[in-house]
Design a protein around this ligand. Structure first.
Ligand code: HSE
Length: 404
């Protein structure tokens, strides 16, 4: 088997983790040959000082180096990532990437490019850090029996919710810690407003159901407006609030997907998924539920997933996207009834949101809430209303609850 000479693009938290992990992994038969960074002059930590002679500021040098036979790309910027990844694939150089934004936005084109050039492009690290969710969905769950993939896909927001919910920390302090610990994106809005989980869900859906849905067409709602009132309400019901992403088959022909805070009761697997951990429930017709759990963010956990893809490249593994060519694929829909809790102060939520049924209503001098049934398409249409500062919405699960 060939020896891999890696051109590493990006040397932040994850890039440095990869440098350390590849250095330790004797059976990978791989070495970091060159490293491209945006700021070559920047001082790096002592434990990666040996990497300094490999550093350049120009990624074209990596692509032009005849020795380099694999690009590992772990930068933040999705536009630069797109440029580097597509250039490498067009040159016939295999790529491993962790850039979920870039992948989720460009996956159809990247799939075509892989097919056209016959070059592998692997990205398990883009979704759920150390959990091997993509390759499992692609290979093991390659049949029609999948009903649902649901879980906690963002480590930072889960860390924040755990600190706020279980330890009584202030939201801002918890967010700061998530940044300091290297879990959060450089713009943490991506984590806390649900974008990061959305991008992962888009990638997961391609490998779970063989369908690409544009990120712009999916409802997301983040955790930034959670209040003590919501936390107390959940505690009274012995539930936790988690940011949950889900893709669910609602019939043979149709599936839906969204990212929302959700009330999670004690008997659910994801109830115990705390801190920066991720947890993914895969549900199928014959096996009910299976659960994957692991660290979803951080330097070494993400690097371990990159290492796994590097070793897979050495064995010439590539995704075949088999499910995309199935004839009977389910279609994406937002025409589905959800049950939600909506807390509000001045915005007149019961009058403005088109609930089909209200089962609970509470009013007080300060906080009010309703629990009711509403179509997901109506939530999307009323997005601006839900964005109001005094409003917070939480999903109350209603799919497959009889089978838990
Ligand atoms: N910011 C991401 C998270 C990193 O918190 O999950 C891993 O994708």
């Amino acid at each position: 088997m060939k020896k891999l000479n890696i051109g590493l693009v990006g040397f932040g938290t994850v890039g440095q983790g990869i440098y350390k992990v590849i250095g330790k992994a004797k059976n990978a038969h791989a070495r970091i040959a060159r490293i491209c960074v945006a700021h070559p002059e920047k001082k790096r930590p002592d434990d990666v000082a040996s990497a300094m002679p490999l550093i350049t500021g120009n990624y074209d040098e990596l692509l032009a180096d005849p020795e380099i036979n694999l690009i590992v790309e772990v930068i933040d910027n999705p536009d630069d990532s797109y440029e580097i990844v597509t250039k490498a694939l067009k040159k016939g150089i295999p790529v491993v990437s962790g850039n979920k934004i870039m992948i989720a936005r460009n996956l159809p084109e990247l799939i075509d490019l892989q097919r056209e050039k016959g070059v592998p492009f692997l990205y398990d690290a883009s979704s759920c850090g150390s959990i091997p969710v993509i390759r499992n969905l692609e290979e093991y769950y390659d049949n029609d029996l999948l009903l649902e993939v649901k879980g906690i896909l963002n480590g930072s927001s889960n860390y924040i919710l755990s600190r706020v919910f279980d330890h009584g920390d202030k939201y801002e302090d918890a967010l700061k810690m998530a940044q300091e610990l290297g879990f959060a994106e450089s713009d943490p809005t991506f984590d806390i407003e649900g974008f990061d989980a959305l991008f992962k869900l888009i990638i997961i859906t391609v490998h779970a159901l063989g369908v690409y849905v544009s990120p712009d067409d999916v409802f997301i709602y983040g955790i930034s407006k959670i209040s003590d009132f919501d936390i107390r309400w959940a505690r009274e019901k012995r539930a936790k609030i988690k940011l949950v992403a889900q893709v669910v088959k609602i019939s043979e022909e149709r599936f839906t997907m969204f990212v929302m805070p959700e009330f999670v009761e004690k008997h659910k697997y994801i109830y115990s998924v705390d801190d920066e951990y991720n947890g993914v429930v895969i549900r199928g017709e014959c096996y009910d539920r299976q659960f994957m759990f692991g660290k979803g963010a951080g330097s070494l956990p993400t690097a371990s997933s990159i290492l796994s893809d590097v070793m897979a490249i050495r064995r010439d593994y590539r995704y075949e996207y088999k499910k995309m060519s199935y004839l009977d694929k389910a279609e994406y829909t937002t025409d589905v009834m959800l049950k939600v809790y909506v807390r509000y102060r001045q915005t007149d939520i019961p009058a403005l949101l088109p609930f089909s049924k209200i089962s609970e209503k509470y009013t007080s001098e300060q906080d009010n809430y309703v629990v009711g049934e509403i179509n997901l398409a109506d939530l999307i249409a009323k997005r601006d209303l839900l964005n109001a500062e005094d409003v917070f919405i939480i999903n109350i699960p209603r799919f497959f609850i009889d089978r838990d």
